[in-house]
Design a protein around this ligand. Structure first.
Ligand code: SAM
Ligand code: SF4
Length: 329
């Protein structure tokens, strides 16, 4: 699949649920309303859509959410998708998780062919972690991270950098990740969905974070190997990789190779645009995949050139109405 701007589309991110057991302040309101369960694609339907994308050339699948590991029986989806790894059609099957259920699932995920996990962790301090996630248990996530490492999964820690919240801790996260052998990816807050707080006050440009980190660490840029939005550096002191995702200050759209499927079967061709394609209707219209494949091809033909993220300081309105938990980031 090649989009109108010549970019090959080889990466599908699939949000398997919009539900979550946490309520991170930058992601959701505390009294978030979730979709009725009847609107969700079944795991079998998600599997079928993923299969269609793989047949069209997708080489990398990431399962996300909401919190993917709170969807009932989600392991069966991983186990079923593993057939594409075995056939060689798929290079990688991964997930992004908040880590709360990882202790339970790490071994089975590894057995299903998962080799890497991204775990979101914005603080190493239990109280601050609770404040950011509203009701998260830090020890539970740390146990999950430990289980992932013990199971032989490569761990990447995702951390959203927030002004006045965790900015003083980023040094410690670099040290901890270096010590544990984890990659660290720092993310700027993106203006998506209604949240209870004020986004402009949370926004912390990573250019500033990087300048501060440079006082303690030597961060040498390394060539981009992922094709993704993170710009990586190697920390000379720890040997670990530290990445920066800066949607607000750096345009990474030229190399975009991905599209995103929601748990209701809506395909978003860009994280930062509203245009989407419904795949649920063609999926359910027939048992064969012809209509589904045609709908996917048509959607890729509409992939936009890039996003228009901007934090509207005057109105404090999100640039994109849906929250990240719809598309999984
Ligand atoms: N629940 C899982 C987790 O937290 O890893 C997967 C879904 S979560 C939406 C995926 C990633 O998006 C997390 O790393 C989270 O920190 C990030 N995220 C959520 N809302 C965001 C926002 N408004 N700006 C930047 N990153 C955000
Ligand atoms: Fe849940 Fe992930 Fe959103 Fe936090 S960032 S509320 S863990 S979906």
């Amino acid at each position: 699949m090649i989009d109108p701007f010549g970019r090959p589309i080889s990466y599908l991110r699939v949000s398997v649920t919009d539900r979550c057991d946490l309520r991170c302040v930058y992601c959701m309101t505390e009294d978030m309303t979730f979709l009725p369960k009847k609107d969700l694609l079944s795991l079998e339907e998600l599997d079928r859509v993923c299969g269609a994308f793989v047949s069209l050339g997708v080489r990398k699948l990431r399962i996300t959410g909401g919190e993917p590991l709170v969807r009932r029986d989600v392991l069966s989806l991983f186990e079923s998708l593993a057939r594409h790894l075995k056939s060689g059609a798929l290079e990688e099957l991964t997930l992004t998780t908040n880590g709360t259920q990882l202790e339970k699932y790490a071994e089975s995920l590894r057995a299903a062919g998962v080799r890497r996990v991204n775990v979101s962790l914005d603080s190493l301090d239990p109280e601050r972690f609770r404040a950011i996630t509203r009701w998260g248990n830090h020890a539970q996530v740390m146990a999950g991270v430990k289980a992932a490492k013990a199971a032989g999964l490569k761990v990447k820690i995702n951390c959203v950098a927030m002004r006045g919240v965790n900015e003083e801790e980023i040094d410690d996260l670099v040290a901890w990740c270096g010590h544990e052998g984890f990659d660290l990816v720092l993310i700027e807050t993106m203006p998506m969905g209604d949240i209870d707080g004020d986004r402009t006050s949370q926004y912390l440009p990573l250019s500033l974070v990087r300048a501060r980190l440079a006082r303690r660490w030597t961060l040498d840029p390394i060539p981009d190997v992922t094709g993704g939005p993170a710009r990586y550096t190697r920390c000379a002191e720890t040997g670990g990789r530290v990445g920066f995702i800066t949607p607000m200050t750096h345009n990474f759209c030229e190399s975009c190779n991905r599209v995103r499927l929601t748990c209701t079967g809506t395909l978003y061709m860009c994280l930062g645009q509203e245009d989407a394609a419904d795949l649920r209707a063609p999926l359910r219209a027939s048992e064969g995949d012809e209509l589904l494949l045609a709908a996917i091809r048509e959607a890729i033909g509409r992939k936009p050139k890039g996003h228009d993220f901007v934090i509207d300081r005057r109105h404090n309105r999100p640039a994109i109405g849906r929250t990240m938990s719809v598309t999984g980031g």
